[in-house]
Design a binder for this molecule. Structure first.
Ligand code: ATP
Ligand code: FE
Length: 337
């Protein structure tokens, strides 16, 4: 079974080819146009997707070393994401399915982030997580703890009531004057700083839910107060600010994940989404894994950020279940798992 995956939910146009569970190609075209705006501009994103989609798919097919007629089905991201961006991938996938006479498969982007853990790489060791497992899904738009019972059987047992962890990284980075998206820059600078230098507020909310908007406000006011006294406060303390901020976000994430592991008795722990690229989070997870005897699985860097490989692998599992959709399918800006 060979699946062509298409991802266009935000500002990356991506196409991938997967054969059963093995990745043959994964092409990602980022969009530089948004940099000067400090965030993704939806209208520019959909225009760039339109320019990128055909060359990106062509390249994915070429790199996979297959022919168009070898493809068994086309899977695309239906949502959640930016509607204009999703429309480009959805329309392309519909056209491709119609023209090639192959089935069309819709994929939930968040499910894709989770199932990225099952991507196999040629000639590499393959040890995917065992069911049931917990997945800490931390991305630009979501922070959730998901109980995964099977490939297509997932339940959100905790989630953010306001901002996502990635948003906390990006928004705090923005007030420090770092480029968008700020997460990777905070990660880089945090390595050089002292995580215990500053203390920021942590939310107190019940059960397994998260909240990050209080931290963002606290960080903003802290900078504002200090800038009054010291105009170059940010430049002077950038590394310590990043390290302390990152530590706070990680502490918040880990606290609820530990609670979830305890509550469910599950020791099979995974992480997914763009923020799982964060080196501090990876280290903290590894430490907890040792301490609590978790069997920890972290996806490869390449598959944590938005990519079509995760859409293709999800498409593969849906193909096995014959979960196809018709030409009347429409994208959703917001969807649940
Ligand atoms: P969603 O998947 O919820 O729709 P998204 O697709 O925009 O949102 P991803 O692409 O999964 O999110 O992740 C992007 C986020 O990951 C951004 O907020 C970015 O700052 C963050 N991020 C990426 N690398 C790192 C890192 N090393 N440290 C911290 N955050 C990071
Ligand atoms: Fe994403």
């Amino acid at each position: 079974i060979i699946i062509l995956g298409i991802e266009s939910s935000c500002d990356d146009t991506s196409a991938a080819i997967i054969k059963n569970r093995t990745i043959l190609s994964n092409v990602v075209a980022g969009q530089k146009v948004h940099e000067e705006y400090g965030g993704v501009v939806p209208e520019l994103a959909s225009r760039a997707h339109q320019q990128n989609i055909i060359p990106v798919v062509d390249l994915a097919i070429k790199r996979a070393g297959i022919l168009k007629k070898d493809i068994s089905a086309v899977a695309f991201t239906r949502g959640p994401g930016l509607l204009g961006s999703l429309l480009v991938g959805t329309s392309f996938a519909k056209g491709f399915s119609l023209a090639s006479g192959i089935p069309l498969i819709e994929v939930n982007h968040l499910q894709g982030h989770v199932l990225a853990l099952f991507i196999n790489e040629k000639d590499k060791e393959y040890n995917p997580p065992q069911f049931p497992f917990l997945c800490l899904l931390v991305s630009g738009g979501n922070s959730q703890i998901i109980l995964v019972r099977d490939y297509l059987d997932m339940e959100v047992i905790g989630q953010t009531i306001d901002d996502a962890a990635g948003e906390a990284f990006d928004k705090c980075a923005k007030v420090m004057g770092l480029p968008y998206p700020g997460g990777p820059h905070v990660d880089r600078l945090a390595k050089l700083g002292n995580p215990d230098r500053f203390e920021f507020s942590k939310p107190r909310i019940p059960n397994l839910d998260y909240s990050f908007s209080g931290l963002k406000t606290n960080f903003l006011y802290f900078l504002r107060d200090n800038l009054k006294e010291e105009p170059d406060f940010i430049e002077k303390n950038q590394e310590d600010l990043c390290a302390s901020l990152q530590k706070t976000i990680i502490d918040i994430l880990l606290a609820k994940l530990k609670k979830a592991a305890k509550q469910t008795g599950i020791k099979e722990i995974t992480v997914a989404g763009g923020v799982s690229a964060n080196s501090g989070l990876r280290n903290a997870l590894q430490k907890s894994a040792k301490k609590y005897h978790w069997n920890l699985q972290i996806p490869k860097f390449e598959y944590t950020m938005d990519n079509a490989a995760m859409i293709a692998i999800t498409g593969y599992f849906k193909f096995l279940n014959k979960e196809f959709v018709g030409q009347n399918v429409v994208p959703f800006a917001r969807t649940q798992l």
